[in-house]
Design a protein around this ligand. Sequence first.
Ligand code: IP8
Length: 262
Amino acid sequence: MATVLKLGGSVVTEKDRDETVDGPALDRAAAAVAAARSGAGTNGGGGTNGAVDDLVVVHGGGSFGHPNAAEWGVTTEEGTDDADGVLAIHGAMTTLNKFVLRRLRDEGVPAVPVHPLSTAHRDADAELTLPTGQVRTLLDEGFVPVLHGDVIAHAGEGVTVLSGDEIVAELADQLRADRVGVCSTVPGVLDADDAVISEIGSFEDVADVLGGSDATDVSGGMAGKVRELLALDAPASIFDLDALSAFLSGERPGTTVRGDAD
Ligand code: IP8
C-alpha cells in the first residue's frame, strides 16, 4: 500500500516571482517527509507514529513551468511541436525537481527523480498512458520517487501539459494507494465564509464556491484538483503545509474528498 503526496507548486515556490523556490516552505515540507519516513512524526495526541514506507512525491510547477507554458501557448489540451518550447517548459520543471530532490536528500530522504516526459503520452483521444512499473520497483527498492508536472507527447498536438494532479490521480489508481494527500496553500477547500469544508462527496457540493472551472493556472486550479480526486478509489485529503505532518502520520486534516468510487 502506498501514499501519494502532492506538494503544490504554489507551496514550494514563490508563485509571483518567476522561477523562485520558497526555500523555507520547501525545507519544512522536506523535514516533514523525513520525519514521517523515520517514524518520528507526531500524531494528534503528541505521540509518535509508525514510519510511512511506500511514499511517492509529486510536485507541481508554481512559478516554474507555468510561465513557460503560457509563453508557448501550451495547456493540457493545446500543444506545441516546437522543440524549444518543449525544452523551456520541461527544463523549468526539471530545475524545480532538482531543488526538491536536493532538499529531500539533505534531510536524508532517499528521493530519486522520475520525469513524465520520458515515459508518458496521450493518444489522439487525449487518453493518458503513464507507466508506473519503474515507480513500483523504486518503492520496492526503498526509494522515494519524485515526479512532477511536465509536458508529454500528445498525438496530433506535439506536447501538452501533464499536471501534477493528473499524475497523482493516475499513480493513486495504478499503485492502489491507500492514502492520497494534496498539500496546498490553503487549509482545505473553503466555503463562501472561508471555512474549511471537511468532506466533499460530489462536485455539485462545491460547484458554487469553486465555479465551473477555476483557471488560475494552465491545469485548472482547485476545481481541477477536486474533479481529479473525486474519481479516485481512495479518499484524498487537501490541506496546507501546517498540516503535512498530521497527514503523513495518518490523520485526515483539511478537506477529505470521497468520490463515488470510494
Ligand atoms: O503545477 C504543471 O503542473 P501543475 C506543470 O501540477 C507545467 O499543474 C509544465 C506547467
